[in-house]
Ligand binder design. Structure first.
Ligand code: NAD
Ligand code: UGA
Length: 462
């Protein structure tokens, strides 16, 4: 183990999840002069971080971890010891939507966050910088500073905000080459000094013009707003996909046309069954809750509609399936291709496939789920309807005897399957519902499938 003296900074991160693990691994890989320790209460997770089977699937992550692990990157459950030794404490614990009491269903549940603050006070005997890495409601830093600095040990804690913008599936590339790094601090002498210390970390590999500093409230709020704007684009194009299906416009052509306006741009305009992932919905609902708290009801309703449109898109997809399959799916085998909320991750949190499966199970369909990385998580998500669900690693097996394929996740491998072979083993008439518009619809139609894309005219032999 590296002693403190060998390193110029001693950094720890509390929370070894999708953000804490990759973020700290990147800092350690880029900055061998710092000691970086990631701690968690979940011993199983820590064991996995110390093994060859990391607890999350993320392309390129193992190589980054391997490069630094044991040299200046450590994963541990010894939280108190790590806090005691650290000068800088990143906190990246989960901040889910509150499920109880005041604000249930919208506000952020800050219990894990506050617990870490109390752990920090208990274990500390020197001043520290506390970095908000988790996504938090605007003005959390103020509450944190009050809790932390109410300690009776005379220790000063400086809270800075450094939200994370990585997306799953591309976390390593996003961390290596971020669009920006944002660091918010109080505009006091100690606040600005702490901010400078955090800038110094990223400056090891991020160009100076991409490191933004701001006041702490702007930084906290920018994270919620970035996610709200990204999700808003998806809901906007998804709303147009519904209109396209009635007007014979093609949503991809519409998206392509508006994308060429440099003021709009091409990203985040893929129509889909809806956005998933652990954060978009929770962060928008948190924004809605904050607006309501300030009496900004119109602003709250405006953003809430981004989430409502997403729910509508998922329901609409299942309705189309039922309507086109002669108004009943009861007893019919339906193969879901993909369960992860997006490609290149095994994460299924808030995956639209969960809602689609539950709705199909309510209709008493027999849903067969296949996914290259997400089957273990899918099994946990579907505990309430296991009687209607089967899991199958091989997509060909999943589709055998099925009446329909519903494509949920844009995994590249699903584009390359032998659909002629798949068709020959399915019940007829055979249907494909492409929830991501990634398949070759013309070819599928020629094979014999009845094809229902999103926001494009269907191709049917019926
Ligand atoms: P996660 O659930 O994967 O990880 C959180 C970890 O914190 C868990 O391993 C949990 O055991 C640990 N933890 C909870 N309480 C603890 C405590 N008191 N002491 C020690 N460990 C504790 O969550 P995540 O996806 O990494 O998200 C973390 C934060 O980052 C959230 O606020 C989220 O909104 C934000 N965020 C997530 C992403 C993403 O892509 N997942 C991207 C940007 C920001
Ligand atoms: C998102 C943001 O992109 C990150 O910047 C942010 O840090 C993160 O949330 C967070 O705060 O957790 P992530 O959820 O990992 O990242 O993945 P995205 O690529 O944003 O995809 C979210 C969902 O939107 C997925 O279900 C994806 O399939 C869907 N999506 C995305 C579409 O339906 N259409 C698109 O054009 C783009």
């Amino acid at each position: 183990m590296g002693g403190q003296s060998r390193f110029s900074k001693n950094i720890i991160c509390i929370g070894a999840g999708y953000v804490g693990g990759p973020t700290m691994a990147m800092i350690a890989a880029k900055c061998p002069q710092y000691k970086v320790t990631v701690v968690d209460i979940n011993a199983e997770r820590i064991d996995a971080w110390n093994s060859e089977n990391l607890p999350i699937f993320e392309p390129g992550l193992y190589e980054v971890v391997k490069q630094a692990r044991g040299r200046n990157l450590f994963f541990s459950t010894e939280i108190e010891k790590a806090i005691k030794e650290a000068q800088i404490v990143f906190v990246s614990v989960n901040t889910p939507t509150k499920t109880f009491g005041e604000g249930a269903g919208k506000a952020a549940d800050l219990q894990y966050w506050e617990k870490t603050a109390r752990d920090i006070i208990r274990a500390s005997d020197t001043d520290k910088i506390i970095v908000e890495k988790s996504t938090l409601p605007v003005r959390t830093a103020s509450a944190m500073e009050r809790i932390l600095n109410a300690n009776d040990k005379g220790i000063h804690f400086e809270v800075v905000s450094n939200p994370e913008f990585l997306a799953e599936g591309t976390a390593v590339a996003d961390l290596e080459n971020p669009d920006r790094v944002l660091i918010g601090s109080q505009m006091t002498e100690t606040g600005l000094k702490a901010c400078k210390e955090i800038v110094e970390i990223y400056a090891n590999w991020v160009p100076a013009q991409k490191i933004l500093t701001s006041n702490v409230w702007s930084s906290e709020l920018s994270k919620l707003v970035a996610n709200a704007f990204l999700a808003q684009r998806i809901s906007s194009i998804n709303s147009i996909s519904a209109l396209c299906e009635y007007t014979e416009a093609n949503v991809s052509e519409v998206a392509g046309a508006i994308a060429m306006d440099s003021r709009i741009g091409p990203k985040f305009l893929n129509a889909s069954i809806g956005f998933g992932g652990s954060c978009f919905k929770k962060d928008i609902l948190n924004l809605v809750y904050i607006c309501e708290n300030y009496g900004l009801h119109e602003v709250a309703r405006y953003w809430e509609n981004v989430v409502l449109m997403n729910d509508y898109q998922k329901r609409r997809f299942v309705k189309t399936m039922i309507r086109t399959m002669f108004n009943t799916v009861a007893g019919k085998r339906i193969a879901l291709f993909g369960f992860a909320f997006k490609a290149n991750t095994g994460d299924t949190r808030e995956s639209p496939a969960i809602d689609v499966t539950r709705q199909l199970a309510e209709e008493r369909a027999k849903v067969v789920i296949t996914d290259p990385k997400a089957l273990d998580n899918a099994k946990m998500d579907l505990q309430s309807c296991l009687e209607f669900v089967e899991f199958c690693e091989d997509p060909y097996e999943a589709a055998k005897g099925a009446h329909a394929i519903a494509l949920m996740t844009e995994w590249n491998e699903y584009k390359k399957l032998d659909y002629q072979k798949i068709y020959s083993q399915m019940e007829k008439p055979a249907f494909v519902f492409d929830g991501r518009n990634i398949l070759d619809h013309k070819l599928l139609f020629e094979i014999g499938f009845n094809v229902f894309p999103l926001g494009r005219v269907s191709r049917t032999h019926l």
